[in-house]
Design a protein around this ligand. Structure first.
Ligand SMILES: [Zn+2]
Length: 248
């Protein structure tokens, strides 16, 4: 057992890593490096190599599609439930999306080449876990497509804030309205209106670039069904966390 892999240690803070059996975690642990995820840091670009695979512990990475006329649309997010660089596991070619850090945090990182080697050796639980994660990501992508088209910006904004709070493990996190507008693919003025409406309803407060969720139940009541569907889909993808004894 390494320092990374202890009950309550760093590996336990990512749900994919936490779900692996102890021997698999022991094989992975020496190759994982604990890094900060800085706001705006690009983890991969369209056409570019995916140099590392990241297992976030806190914070949120955003996968966006950039359209030719410059519009940026968020298609999925990754937090402590997931892994950045699924294409490495799937053996796919260069990505067509950009992935960057949208709420700063921490991650465990491993080089993509090394991860491919490890994934080939750890062919049981890790493969199964990442296959279920890939399926849950597909649900998230499908939901986002329908949500962007059909659900009101206020519901989408509430959902986005709830998902971010879940991943930062905090009711308070830094977020600019400009960034939120980009994530929701709407004009900044629309975000200001919606944030003001949610604040007036007592769900959130917004001050100097920091969002605070002041009434979570109320915010959930404002969110569209997609929040619950995506949350439950990811929850069902993970087996119960395996307990292991403390090192003596
Ligand atoms: Zn929705």
């Amino acid at each position: 057992m390494t320092a990374l892999d202890t009950p309550g240690g760093l590996m336990a803070r990512n749900r994919i890593l936490a779900a692996l059996p102890a021997p698999d975690r022991d094989r992975l642990a020496p190759h994982l490096v604990h890094v900060d995820l800085a706001l705006g840091q690009v983890l991969y670009r369209p056409g570019g190599p995916v140099e590392h695979v990241y297992f976030p512990l806190t914070g949120v990475a955003s996968i966006v599609t950039e359209l030719e006329h410059g519009q940026v649309v968020e298609v999925a997010t990754v937090g402590d439930e997931g892994m950045v660089g699924l294409s490495v596991f799937l053996g796919a070619g260069p990505p067509t999306e950009r992935c960057s850090v949208q709420i700063e945090g921490e991650a465990l990182r491993v080089g993509s080449d090394r991860f491919r080697e490890l994934a080939a050796v750890l062919d049981g639980a890790l493969q199964g876990m990442l296959q279920r994660y890939a399926q849950a990501m597909f649900t998230q992508l499908a939901r986002n497509a329908a949500c962007n088209r059909s659900h009101h910006i206020r519901e989408r904004c509430a959902r986005w804030l709830l998902m971010s709070a879940d991943r930062t493990h905090s009711a308070e996190f830094p977020l600019t309205q400009e960034f939120l507008a980009q994530m929701l693919a709407v004009r900044r003025a629309s975000v200001s209106e919606v944030a003001a409406a949610l604040a007036e309803d007592g769900c959130i407060s917004y001050r100097r670039g920091v969002i605070t969720i002041t009434d979570r139940a109320r915010l959930e009541a404002n969110a569209c069904e997609c929040y619950r569907v995506i949350r439950d889909t990811f929850a069902a993808a993970y087996p119960p966390v395996r307990e292991r004894p403390e090192a003596g």
